[in-house]
Design a protein around this ligand. Structure first.
Ligand code: OAD
Length: 258
């Protein structure tokens, strides 16, 4: 690691050791080392298959029955097919478990993940906001009740919500679908309480989370960007480190003094 990078790493560890209520915001890069492709970037799904039409929620709402039939007959975009397959076989890596450990030690107050792959939950992270939903669950679009899916391949459409009879979809947020207000409020609360925000493996291009970084910076919070590539956060981050998520977390674990 070059000298500048080493200095930044030292400063990041010092900041985390000396500050309470630190939070982590995760993006697809966190799961890359579990074998799940990112969306953007050189090896991302958009590069391989092209950027999809961002209208999936409207399509679902227009005809949920047809949407579920397509799902059952595996009629889906190629990128979705690849993403699902990779998620189905993925396991959390050491970096996920280190975050869980940092939470137990009180170094990390909470984690906001944009990932839908359930790996953060499987690693034992407790104060976890899955802002884009969780692939292993269904959710009622009316009352937001969630249910475990219990099956990887769907053979028949889920029944309407037992609580309110609303339409049920995958919990994963579709393009154009509003983010749950409850989840967003919780995410904002975590941002509000923190002074140091660690962004790991996110391009910080997708709202609402990307917007929260800019608000945080205006409020004088410190943003640390962990990513092997340059991201949008370069204008506002206090420190950044060009490094893979897993390696960073393994180094961080050794430097934590609490
Ligand atoms: P992106 O695909 O936009 O960005 C992934 C980032 O991970 C890029 O900046 C890469 O440079 C970085 N990266 C790649 N390998 C890495 C590694 N080993 N360690 C650390 N970083 C690495 O993913 P997000 O920012 O998460 O929405 O994108 C946000 C949302 O866009 C996703 O949640 C998804 C998509 O639409 C939904 O699934 C609803």
């Amino acid at each position: 690691m070059e000298k500048f990078q080493k200095n930044n790493l030292k400063k990041i560890i010092e900041l985390l050791n000396s500050s309470d209520n630190n939070i982590i915001v995760l993006g697809a890069g966190m799961s890359a080392e579990s074998g799940i492709p990112t969306f953007r970037g050189e090896n991302g799904l958009w590069n391989k298959y092209g950027v999809p039409k961002m209208d999936s929620y409207n399509k679902f709402l227009n005809n949920p029955e047809e949407w579920w039939n397509n799902e059952i007959n595996m009629k889906m975009d190629k990128y979705i097919y690849e993403l699902r397959h990779k998620i189905n076989v993925a396991k959390p890596h050491n970096g996920h478990f280190i975050i869980s450990k940092l939470e137990k030690l009180g170094i990390i107050k909470g984690v906001i993940t944009q990932n839908i792959d359930n790996l953060d939950h499987r690693a034992g992270i407790k104060n976890l906001i899955e802002i884009h939903g969780n692939r292993t669950k269904f959710r009622c679009i009316e009352c937001e009740k969630t249910f475990d899916r219990n099956e990887i391949i769907i053979k028949k459409p889920p029944k309407n919500c037992p609580k309110c009879n609303g339409i049920v979809k995958f919990d994963t947020v579709m393009f154009g679908e509003p983010i749950s207000k409850t989840k967003l409020d919780k995410a904002k609360q975590l941002f509000n309480q923190s002074k140091v925000i660690l962004a790991i493996g996110t391009s910080a291009t997708v709202r609402p989370i990307s917007g929260l970084f800019w608000i945080a910076e205006k409020e004088g919070k410190k943003i640390i960007d962990i990513n092997p590539n340059e991201t949008n956060l370069k204008e506002i981050s206090t420190l950044n480190l060009k490094i893979n998520a897993k390696r960073f977390l393994e180094i961080l674990e050794k430097g934590i003094t609490k």
